[in-house]
Write a protein that binds this ligand. Structure first.
Ligand SMILES: Cc1ncc(COP(=O)(O)O)c(C=O)c1O
Length: 365
């Protein structure tokens, strides 16, 4: 039985009539840029997350860049983030004009290690950006505790974590600003690109709102160099439909994760979910030193799998001038060498999971 990593078509089929009707309403309504669906989605998203507001942007990468710019980050500044993340987290820092500085991750959660922050912070540090990797919130309170002693704001990269919770609060409500991506493979995913910036400070959110529209409040006076980066009305209409089911989809993902936890061979390291957090399993990522053999066995049995961030950000060619070497961030190096994402979506059955687990066991020999 072939098992796919994701199931965008299956998730679409479940909502087909409602999505198509919402999209047709947009096409027939004639309001296609910053129309009623973007406004309504921003309100519904903020209510869901428990934030003062939310601002739709064109994608998560722009959202991170705009969030940093809204906080005043620019040339000459440094922003601390993790090396084990999708490249866009780091790219956004450079796009804002700042220099990315890395702090290693924790071996259990694979999220930013607050104990490594002190060594990464300098007088130039203007923001800290933890990432809620694979759908598990970072330990943002511990990051904030370090940041607060120096008055440094925190931007939460929540791109992979719609619906996850941390100490009773939603991912995306934990930093001074937070950012989501609605890339189609995300738990809450559009049918194209999309993103959202969220936060608790109305003035900061207003700056974000202006930056997404060329640095203007009224389309007449342009007060800063901004972006043309708006959430598309069609995507917003689709996301409003998905917002109604995303908790149920996340619950089904969590059920799939419990099946994996039960059926995978004992020697495989499972994702860690700390007390007080919930994981939404954007990806279910196992770890084992013999990752490549396991991946080969999965492919032999038509089980989709993928290793993530195999070349972590600090070793990417574009950052060669930083002079980082393997070994600089040993926890990241190990995660990059050992991780393997297994099929994860709301439509998997226990039978599928047993098939995947059998493939993993075959890879272990
Ligand atoms: C952790 C992380 N940060 C940033 C991004 C960038 O989002 P987008 O692809 O919407 O620009 C993504 C997703 O692709 C991501 O996974």
């Amino acid at each position: 039985m072939a098992v796919g990593l994701m199931d965008i078509k299956g998730q679409y089929a479940e909502l087909q009539e409602r999505i198509e009707s919402a999209v047709l309403d947009v096409l027939r309504g004639g309001r296609v840029i910053l129309g009623p669906n973007v406004k309504a989605f921003e309100g519904e998203a903020a209510a869901y997350l428990g934030t003062a507001g939310a601002v739709g942007v064109a994608n998560g990468t722009d959202g991170l860049t705009i969030a940093l710019r809204a906080l005043g980050v620019g040339p000459g500044d440094e922003v601390v983030t993790v090396p084990f993340t999708f490249y866009a987290s780091v790219e956004a820092i450079a796009q804002a004009g700042a220099r990315p500085v890395f702090a290693d991750i924790r071996p259990d959660t694979l999220n930013m290690d607050p104990d490594k922050l002190d060594a990464a912070i300098t007088a130039r540090t203007k923001a800290i950006m933890p990432v809620d990797l694979f759908g598990l919130p970072a330990d943002v309170d511990a990051v904030k505790a370090v940041a607060a002693t120096r008055g440094i704001p925190v931007v939460e990269d929540a791109c992979q974590a719609w619906g996850a919770t941390y100490k009773g609060r939603h991912a995306g409500s934990l930093g001074d600003l937070a950012v989501f991506s609605f890339f189609p493979t995300k738990n809450l995913g559009g049918f194209g690109d999309g993103g959202l910036v969220t936060g608790h400070d109305g003035d900061l959110l207003q700056t974000v709102r202006e930056l997404r529209f060329h640095g203007s409040k009224d389309k007449k006076a342009f007060t800063s160099i901004g972006f043309n980066s708006r959430l598309d009305e069609v995507q917003a209409a689709i996301l409003r439909v998905e917002l109604e089911v995303v908790d149920a989809w996340n619950a089904r993902r969590a059920q799939v994760a419990t099946w994996y936890d039960a059926h995978l061979p004992r020697e495989v390291l499972r994702p860690c979910v700390p007390e007080g957090s919930t994981h939404v399993y954007h990806l279910y990522v196992m770890r084992h030193p013999r990752r490549d053999a396991i991946a080969a066995a999965c492919r032999d049995r038509q089980v989709d799998c993928a290793a993530y961030y195999v070349t972590p950000c600090h070793l990417q060619p574009v950052f060669a001038e930083m002079g980082h070497l393997p070994g600089d961030f040993p926890v990241t190096d190990a995660a990059a060498a050992q991780n393997l994402a297994l099929p994860m979506h709301p439509n998997l059955t226990e039978e599928h999971v047993e098939e995947v687990a059998a493939a993993v066991a075959a890879g272990l020999g």
